[in-house]
Design a protein around this ligand. Structure first.
Ligand SMILES: [Zn+2]
Length: 322
């Protein structure tokens, strides 16, 4: 999204909503206080440098608070998140007209790719299938194997897609844009045994708190997927809220571990002439599109994966023997 579009989104939002910090919004949702107008919270996922370069200056100038949900293992490094690396690899495969078999990766990765290609017309859909159907650590293995085959490097990618530094997070924090957690390795926790999920939740919280020097009490689910078991693990580690990617408004009484979010893109504001339209932005924000059933939210609730890492080790040992 262009910086100018982002600024206009904020200006439109501020006409009808008070833009507040997440803690304040949680008080309202909990019924502890009643605001005179509807309220909104600005959130960003993944901790990309783009947010610091483009969104932060606008928010600082307008004195708008917000939260960035950061996967802790990437901050201050030039590592890239699995889905970004896989995206680069899938686009390169498409350019070279390579398929799941012709790309020439070892058997278990070939099987993953064949499954992901099933019924998928675009790299986007292939990526969605890969993320949905595999544990996140395996996606990093697949990304490394594909990069090797395709002559790509883990660190190749747009500069804005690099992670922010700790200094950047601290600077934003001092202007009311706090740091929330988004796992350590950008892990889809519902695809992990619960004990592994719990370990990663504890790890990202302590690393982020040490890095930014403030408490980190809010979380966003990777891929928007959550379960009762994951929410319970978050509470156990001291988190007080967690955000999904369910495209719905939040009403008082909403479960603070299943907060909804409206997603805005450059095109969210494109009116009939393809230029910025305040009316269309307002519709997206107040959920007119959802109410008219023009959009249907994808819900993120999943069953709790109660298995443990030792079950899985056992299962793969059995598979290796069988
Ligand atoms: Zn994410």
């Amino acid at each position: 999204m262009a910086q100018e579009t982002f600024k206009k989104h904020l200006e439109t939002l501020a006409e009808d909503y008070d833009i507040v910090a997440l803690d304040r919004a949680l008080e309202v949702l909990d019924g502890k206080s009643r605001p005179s107008r509807d309220i909104a919270v600005i959130t960003f996922d993944d901790g990309y440098r783009d947010v610091y370069d483009h969104a932060f200056p606008v928010m600082r100038d307008m004195k708008v608070p917000g939260i960035v949900y950061v996967p802790s293992a990437f901050t201050g490094t030039n590592r890239r998140i699995a889905h970004d690396r896989l995206w680069s690899a899938l686009v390169r495969m498409k350019d070279r007209r390579l398929g799941p078999v012709s790309v020439g990766v070892p058997g278990r990765f070939e099987s993953m790719l064949i499954d992901a290609w099933e019924g998928a017309e675009t790299p986007n859909k292939v990526l969605e299938n890969l993320i949905s159907n595999n544990p996140t650590p395996v996606l990093y293995d697949l990304a490394a194997v594909l990069e090797d085959r395709l002559g790509l490097s883990e660190n190749d990618g747009p500069a804005g897609q690099l992670a922010m530094s700790w200094e950047m997070l601290r600077e934003m924090g001092s202007h009311g844009i706090e740091t929330g957690a988004h796992t350590a390795e950008h892990t889809v926790l519902t695809n992990q045994p619960l004990d592994e999920a719990r370990r990663e939740i504890a790890q990202c919280k302590s690393v982020l708190e040490k890095g930014v020097g403030r408490p980190v009490r809010h979380f966003a689910y990777c891929n928007g997927w959550y379960s009762a078991g994951v929410a319970q693990a978050l509470k156990g580690e001291g988190f007080v809220s967690a955000a999904t990617t369910e495209d719905l408004p939040n009403l008082p009484g909403v479960d603070p571990f299943a907060l909804k979010r409206k997603v805005l893109w450059e095109n969210s504001s494109a009116g009939i002439l393809g230029v910025y339209s305040k009316a269309v932005t307002a519709c997206t924000l107040n959920d007119t599109l959802g109410t008219l059933a023009l959009t249907r939210p994808v819900l993120g609730a999943r069953p709790t994966y109660f298995g443990t890492s030792s079950d899985r080790a056992q299962k793969s040992a059995t598979a290796a023997h069988g």
